[in-house]
Design a protein around this ligand. Sequence first.
Ligand code: 8Y7
Length: 276
Amino acid sequence: MIFELRDKAYSCGRPAVMAVLNVTPDSFSDGGRYQHLDAALRHAEQLIIQGTDILDVGGESTRPGSRQVGIQEELDRVIPVLEALYLRFSVSLSIDTSRTEVMREAVSQGAELINDVNALQAAGAVELVAKTGVAVCLMHKKGQPDTMQLAPAYRNVTVEVKDFLRCRLEATRTAGIDKRKILLDPGFGFGKTLDHNLQLLRELASFDELGCPILVGLSRKSMLGAITGRAVEDRLVGSAALALLAVQNGAAVVRVHDVAATQDVLAIWRAVRDGE
Ligand code: 8Y7
């Protein structure tokens, strides 16, 4: 199962590192409206130097517990950043959004991948992806970001998540989207308890049966807080350990905050697998 972006091919044997680039809102005070753009570009450059394959640009509307920002606000945050990144760097760009209009603008500014935690369920989203030919990550979540962690319950989380992804995959197939353009993601932390997350990670290899490469986002998530008791800024070691377990269990893309540490983990994993 190979996933192609531009001239590069990724798979569970050659995983990609997707780096999180959160775009914070503009400061209305002294800094002026380009402050966040400057900060985002500097952060992006560091992530690229450390070995980012795909840069995932997000306007912070999808975190667990978060409230939605307005569509114009989301556009104002992410579109200028994508435009500037596309001009300056050759890294593959991903847009983290669930809104069709944001997807459309992002693709016109060079985004090659749509990372949709809502799995293209917005009106017109499947059609937009079909028409533009961009790649997409379909993620499972149960409930909505502001309430999904209240009391998530499943009969069998792995079975239900796979059923949902199979269903969304079928919607993309009906619209004529090439299967080679699709990543699937169990959506760690999105309407899941610690036990649900641990079961999904343990059983990750079984997602192979869906026939698409798997993306996982585990970096700094609250499951690490629950296991180690550490605050979000102290979860580097835990995140690296989870990235290793994810690639060991067949992930083709890992979405992370700490690219250098993740590349070290992948180098060690490859060395043990292949010898020097
Ligand atoms: C994920 C994600 C987030 C994830 C994919 C965080 C946007 C929360 N998590 N997208 N986004 N998979 N595909 O902690 O797990 O980064 S936001």
